[in-house]
Design a protein around this ligand. Structure first.
Ligand code: TYD
Length: 207
């Protein structure tokens, strides 16, 4: 692949939305062509799946269905957006990716990681992130921030225990894959979070 694939991960209220725009700006300032996208979502079909996944006014979604919908959205996103961009030499910056499936569907919902790994191999055509920044914040701090944003989606209404499992799983992935996954302390003041992000991105760009 000619382009690099960067993903941003973290729990609720970790500041992903603000910081992903900041990273996009850093890449642009470095003269790197970049596509900013998100999961679940990124194509028309995948954004429709996202609406179904996040909505709260429909029938109950089973854990298996939820996982398959995440990967259906992802397979479409990879095929139509991520892979073509990387092949052209455009970098891809994605708000959440497969680590979220391990953390939410695996850690949170309790689906075994071997099943998720099977789906990862089946649907991703060897596409894996080159760099992942994990914005880490204590669950109660993140949840308090997320609650201030208004109407909660189908994930945001989950209990503290669920999000603690999500966080533990993200931290475990970072521990297992330290070369790819870099932890950023998202409890810090925004300017300090962005200083850390700048250092990590500059190091990644310049090697
Ligand atoms: P996002 O818009 O990033 O939520 P937030 O800004 O509230 O953090 O993502 C939507 C939700 O989808 C989020 O609660 C996490 C969930 N999700 C999964 O459960 N599995 C996945 O594979 C992905 C990509 C997201």
């Amino acid at each position: 692949m000619l382009g690099k694939f960067i993903t941003l991960e973290g729990g609720e209220g970790c500041g992903k939305s603000t910081n992903i725009k900041f990273i996009e700006q850093l890449l642009k300032e470095a003269g790197i062509p970049v596509v900013l996208t998100r999961e679940p979502g990124g194509t028309v079909l995948s954004e429709n799946i996202r609406q179904l996944l996040l909505g709260r006014d429909q029938e109950k979604i089973s854990e298996q269905t939820e996982l398959l919908m995440m990967f259906a959205a992802r397979a479409q996103h990879i095929k139509h957006i991520i892979q073509p961009a990387l092949e052209q030499g455009t970098w891809v910056l994605c708000d959440r990716f497969t680590d979220s499936s391990y953390a939410y569907q695996g850690g949170g919902r309790g689906i075994d990681s071997a099943t998720i790994a099977w789906l990862e191999n089946f649907s991703q055509n060897n596409i894996r992130p080159d760099l992942t920044l994990l914005l880490d914040v204590l669950v109660d701090v993140g949840m308090a921030r997320a609650k201030n944003r208004g109407k909660l989606d189908r994930f945001e209404v989950e209990k503290m225990q669920f999000f603690n499992k999500v966080r533990t799983c993200f931290l475990e992935i970072a521990k297992q894959q330290p070369k790819r996954v870099k932890i950023v302390d998202a409890a810090q003041e925004l300017s300090l979070v962005q200083e850390d992000i700048t250092q990590l991105i500059q190091k990644f760009i310049h090697g």
